[in-house]
Design a protein around this ligand. Structure first.
Ligand code: GTP
Ligand code: MG
Length: 289
């Protein structure tokens, strides 16, 4: 039988393989020596476990336990958790890398905007919004998937830590920009979801790409994932309102509002098409002059 390797660092126990799942996930808390001994896990070499009994760590752990149990985790709890696990610096480095990846994508889009606005006499996009997912959101998303909050798990399981939203006036600009970006030879498209061609049931429309882009550090080149969402101004207007409803609890007449939103999403789609047709007519007139 395979023996369970594990060690304990200041009362936080990291247990490898299947035993980890049993101890960390089922009970949703961290364990002390007494806990471990009472679990009577087979094949454990207790001599390998280093227990520490520092009071401050006990307090930190109790705080984390309470938070993990009631789901009200805060930024400083996450920081404490990472500090106790000796992962705070690595986490900061990882977030810095995602931030650099965002800057790279932003620069690429700015370059395209400059070129295309000179050629076409209009900007292919109106605005760009960028964000790095907060530690609390990262924690919550991992825990909703039943995954432990570790640096490796963040990298392996989440592709929207770095997110960029490109807001265009016209639908054809969305596809043109997305293609220009995807065709660049240092970018790999890992996933493409076209919610404009295939809207969600809610009525949500946007084009989503998960891309991988290299960042150049002092010692190495690293590929980072970035989620790029393209939508029109009208789609963005719709998504903000719908998002508000989604995250509000106990809304009255939710079904009626959802129907209304779906109806409005279709109107917006028609409006986007019309605006494009009008622009094409104007462009054609300009060309004749
Ligand atoms: P997430 O777990 O939310 O990331 O979903 P996913 O991994 O299935 O990816 P998806 O491409 O469906 O959605 C990613 C992001 O698109 C979300 O985080 C939102 O920003 C946005 N989004 C997707 N669906 C909707 C929707 O129905 N309404 C709104 N307002 N935004 C949406
Ligand atoms: Mg997402």
């Amino acid at each position: 039988m395979r023996s369970a390797e594990f060690w304990c660092k200041k009362n936080l126990i990291y247990i490898s393989q299947n035993v980890k799942i049993k101890l960390i996930y089922l009970k949703q808390r961290y364990y002390t020596r007494k806990d471990v001994e009472s679990m009577a896990v087979e094949h454990i070499d207790y001599s390998k476990i280093e227990f520490a009994d520092l009071e401050s760590d006990q307090e930190d752990l109790m705080a984390i336990d309470g938070i993990v149990n009631d789901g009200q985790i805060t930024e400083s709890d996450i920081e404490n958790m990472l500090r106790i696990r000796n992962q705070l610096k690595d986490f900061k480095i990882l977030m810095m890398k995602y931030d650099c990846a965002l800057s790279e994508v932003r620069t690429k889009l700015d370059v395209l905007n400059k070129e295309l606005s000179l050629i076409n006499n209009r900007n292919p996009f109106e605005a760009i919004k960028m964000r790095i997912k907060t530690p609390v959101s990262i924690y919550k998303k991992l825990s909703s998937k039943g995954i432990d909050f570790t640096i490796d798990n963040i990298n392996d399981n989440l592709s929207d830590i770095a997110g960029i939203r490109v807001i265009c006036s016209f639908v054809d600009d969305i596809y043109m920009l997305a293609k220009c970006l995807a065709d660049q030879d240092d970018i790999t498209v890992l996933q493409r979801k076209d919610y404009i061609e295939h809207p969600k049931k809610s009525g949500y429309r946007s084009l989503h790409l998960i891309i991988e882009i290299p960042i150049f550090l002092t010692q190495e080149k690293e590929y980072m994932k970035v989620e790029v969402q393209f939508r029109t101004i009208a789609m963005d207007f719709w998504a903000s309102l719908e998002h508000k409803m989604k995250y509000k609890k106990n809304i009255e007449n939710q079904e009626v509002i959802s129907e209304d939103l779906k109806f409005s999403a279709d109107l917006i789609n028609q409006l986007d098409r019309r605006m494009k047709q009008i622009r094409e007519k104007i462009d054609a007139t300009e060309d004749m002059n």
